[in-house]
Design a protein around this ligand. Sequence first.
Ligand SMILES: Cc1cc2nc3c(=O)[nH]c(=O)nc-3n(C[C@H](O)[C@H](O)[C@H](O)COP(=O)(O)OP(=O)(O)OC[C@H]3O[C@@H](n4cnc5c(N)ncnc54)[C@H](O)[C@@H]3O)c2cc1C
Length: 814
Amino acid sequence: MPNQLPTQARVVIIGGGIVGCSVAYHLTKNGWQDVVLLERKVLTSGTTWAAAGLVGQLWASSGLTKLAKYGTDLYSNLEQETGQATGFIRSGSLRVARTQARKSEYDRAAGMARAFGVEIEEITFREARELWPPMVTDDLVAVYYQPNDGHTSPVDTAKAMAFGARKGGASIFEGVKVTGIGLRNGSVSVVNTDQGKITCEYVVNCGGMWAREVGKMVGVSVPLLAAEHMHISTTAIEGVDHNMPVLRDMDGYIYFKAEGDGLLMGGFEPTAKPWGVGGIPDTFEFTELAEDWDQFEIFMVNGIQRCPALKDVGIRHFTIVPESFTPDNKYMLGEAPGVKNFFVAAGMNSVGIASAAGAGKAISEWIIEGHPTEDLWEVDIRRFHAWQSNSHYLQDRITETVGLLYADHWPFKQPKTARLARCSPIHDLLKTHGACFGVVAGWERANWFAPQGVEPNYEYSWGRQNWFDYSATEHMAVRQEVGVYDLTSMANFRCQGRDAKVVLQRICANDIDVPVGKVVYTQLLNVRGGIEADLTVTRLAEDTFFIVTAGATEIRDFDWLSRQIPENSNAVLTNVSSAYAMFAVMGPKSRELLSTLTEADLSNEAFPFATAQEIDFAYARPLALRMSYVGELGWELYIPTEFATGVFDALLNEGEKLGLKLVGLHALDSLRLEKGYRHWGSDITPDDTPFEASLGFAVKLDKGDFIGREALKRQQEQGISRRLVMFSLDDPEPLLYHDEPIYRDGHLLSSVTHGAYAHLLGCAMGMGYLENPDDVSDEWVAKGRYEIDVEGRLIPATAHLKAPYDPLNRRVRM
Ligand SMILES: Cc1cc2nc3c(=O)[nH]c(=O)nc-3n(C[C@H](O)[C@H](O)[C@H](O)COP(=O)(O)OP(=O)(O)OC[C@H]3O[C@@H](n4cnc5c(N)ncnc54)[C@H](O)[C@@H]3O)c2cc1C
């Protein structure tokens, strides 16, 4: 261990838990040696030492599954590579389903996981008991076996990575506390410690449950809070063998691991106890919290149900240690918005041992390459807003977050806690009309409307949920008559100044040098031609542009745009999202309806598609954009917030005569998918180019230089080897959500990026990238025989290169 703190380093990692050790290990493995890791006490003394050490490969999404699979692969070789024992045992794991719904979840997840080489199979109860003798199976519906899962010693594994990092050139200092971080020109430049300062180019905040405090040192919001997390280890139990698989009984909130001749049992309770709200004591080091048997009772009851022998054994040790959790139960990775070269890898939600390897690899590649090497949006720190570090919000939400890992992962599942954080001005009006709300980025949004006499509550399932028919009616109203949906959650930015045009022209792939009043649909690309954002730019004046993007990507897109604006240019980007409510009035009768409330001429001649005008409307003066994300004639009204209620009332009054229907966001999703419109984050990501996503129509290679142009030109010359294709299921019954495997001529080729039910067509639809280095021509796509795996059944599917609904885009121009 070196004892002289350097005065300079390229990268300073804060925190010597398993995540910090992994980041150091991966940076050095990738050739960066000038790396310093600072730990305030001793390595692993925060949360890492207390972990049960389960390392599972299967998670609720393809992205997390890929990262976790890398973990088991690395840990199984780490000892050989570093010469340091890790305690990794590839014991395999069992997961049991107590309900048919849980079986459906696992059947879907198993299909998704196989696509990444994660082995999982359903086994008989007898086989399960042979693998795990103390288990009772009478009450189960199914058991699944994953031979490649395992468990590891968290301390030894972290130390093996630290050892590997040191061998690779990193310096690790224990007993050094970071007390501040300095910036120069918006970029990190110095780390202050209680033993001197280190100038540096990059800082990685791996501070575990301290990461929120570390973030504050540089004005970055890291929304996480600790909760008490616990397990017990028992005295000997007959039939327990230390090589027995890990057992997960998620319906009972519990997991088991063999520990010597006894068991270690822990879990994820539905109502957790936040900890450290007022701060973490400075003395914290291998600290355990007071035993709380009341909190553990739910695990004990369920544990005895699964393993009755627990009733009669002694407890060797009851461990309660705080672990950090985030508002959505996913960890946080990436360069923080607003501060250059300040990276975060924290908030591991009690899967930090399983995920540290993947997280460390991802962050080190991100630092070295300057961008993530694979799409990480699901865990990207830019999905969070600054307000989400609010401690009242975190306290309320974290009580629920802990349990989410083992709760049913229903499609469309909504949180119960910390609601009503961000509401549209017409929230209460929507409520009186039967809205059932869901949450995105804290926004309460009407997802569907319950008719009179029906409770607006979700009844979750993997089949048609209780709102399916109501949403179908909303969908058809937009196709055939007129509907209105509230999308006040959309993010709106203004880019203004002498250089605004030149700056945006360099950032956007489409040509935004258009006449005032024109709306341009465009992607923002990275230098590799990948899609960083998907939005519209409206020219309001020669030097003023209005940018509209999704609420979910508000922080990410604002950060991306801000970073591309050259320092000396005269262009100011302002987030004006709170200034506007937005109602979209869509459907063949939208012109007729809107005309009752405005004297503006809404004809095709006076107000063509893809244009915008400020119009008098009811008593207000909204900016009306003639655009559509549902594939019908319609206008989006951007209304100064204080006028929103009046405009909505007027719309409802006039709309009554024309059969106006209130439409929720589930219908918006099914409408856009039926029309083949892409959604950033699922169908299009930084790893996909507009050519691959069939969005070439929005790219203007000949307009002059823009970010990504060179890459696209190369791709245009070389041709593409993958392309986004739409699929409709030939059977009207099964449903698609995301990640379902797509087979071509019997071979697994891809998976669904996003699926929904196309109510007009009467079947589920999904999109997916087909890859073939030799040929992805129309003919090759058309020649294939396609099937999509839904819960283990291969459902025949039809590939579409153009949306089967209105392929010539006539309806938006009606
Ligand atoms: C009971 C329990 C069971 C668990 N079981 C599992 C499991 O089976 N599988 C699994 O994958 N995960 C499990 N976990 C979760 C896992 O332990 C954590 O996710 C993981 O250890 C988090 O690692 P970390 O490096 O982010 O945080 P930590 O290990 O807490 O490391 C952060 C470090 O940063 C240091 N630090 C903070 N501030 C500063 C500063 N200003 N200057 C210098 N250093 C600083 C701290 O001292 C600390 O050592 C479990 C957790 C608990 C509590």
